[in-house]
Design a protein around this ligand. Structure first.
Ligand code: SAH
Ligand code: MG
Length: 214
């Protein structure tokens, strides 16, 4: 293992967030595969404090590609006060709302990925609506409610280029393990016939575009 390689792994594992190391490494492997099969940039929906962006960014950097990291940085429903995944120290006291952007920037800076990971700060569906560049990989890990998850799927699945990858996080086939919307959009992708599954680690699912549509 090269020094560089150890370094990004260390940064990724130390970063704040909810992605276990085995799933992060699977995401990294998917990104490496994606840059080999499509010439476009990579994009993630839902960056939070930048943990998953390191796994993607390390692979993109090797290939000289960019990762667009889309997040409004105000948190999903489950990150708000009173919910399961609320972290009070991430609230901007002046605004009285969550702000994960400063932590995200420190994470990306620390991992040496400022030249690779480009923050796109705003509402995912509104950005998807004007996005035209075909993507080598789309990673969906934004809002996990029914409406946000389906809107992300409808906005971003069409942007996955030919042979590119669609990766979805927090897919729980058994409702006892977690919320359903990420599983629902995973099913939508497979049922569309446009994507086939090429890998699964934990709740991470890797799909490849094999036909047009979504
Ligand atoms: N991928 C991250 C975790 C993402 S948590 C990791 O593994 O480290 C989900 C993120 O989605 C939150 O940061 C939240 O702000 C963002 N999000 C939720 N709805 C969004 C929307 N409509 N537009 C942009 N970002 C959104
Ligand atoms: Mg997740």
């Amino acid at each position: 293992m090269t020094g560089d390689e150890t370094d990004w792994r260390r940064h990724a594992e130390a970063a704040r967030g909810f992605m276990p190391p085995d799933e992060g490494l699977a995401l990294h492997e998917a990104a490496r595969e994606a840059v080999g099969s499509h010439p476009g940039p990579l994009l993630e929906v839902g960056s939070y404090c930048g943990k998953s962006a390191i796994y993607l960014g390390a692979a993109a950097r090797e290939a000289g590609r960019l990762v667009f990291a889309v997040d409004h940085h105000r948190g999903s429903e489950e990150n708000q006060a009173g919910w399961e995944f609320h972290e009070p120290d991430l609230v901007d006291p002046e605004v009285g709302a969550l702000d994960t952007l400063p932590t995200f920037r420190r994470t990306i800076h620390g991992a040496g990925l400022e030249g690779t990971v480009v923050a796109v700060v705003g509402d995912s569906p509104r950005i998807a609506a004007v996005w035209t560049t075909p993507l080598a990989l789309v990673f969906i890990d934004g809002g996990h409610g029914r409406e946000p998850a389906h809107r992300d799927y409808e906005g971003w699945a069409p942007r996955v280029g030919d042979g590119g990858l669609l990766v979805i996080h927090d897919v729980f086939p058994d409702p006892a393990d977690g919320g359903r919307p990420p599983y629902e959009i995973y099913r939508r992708a497979l049922d569309s016939g446009a994507f086939v599954e090429t890998g699964a680690v934990g709740s991470l699912r890797v799909l490849r575009r094999v036909a047009p549509g979504w």
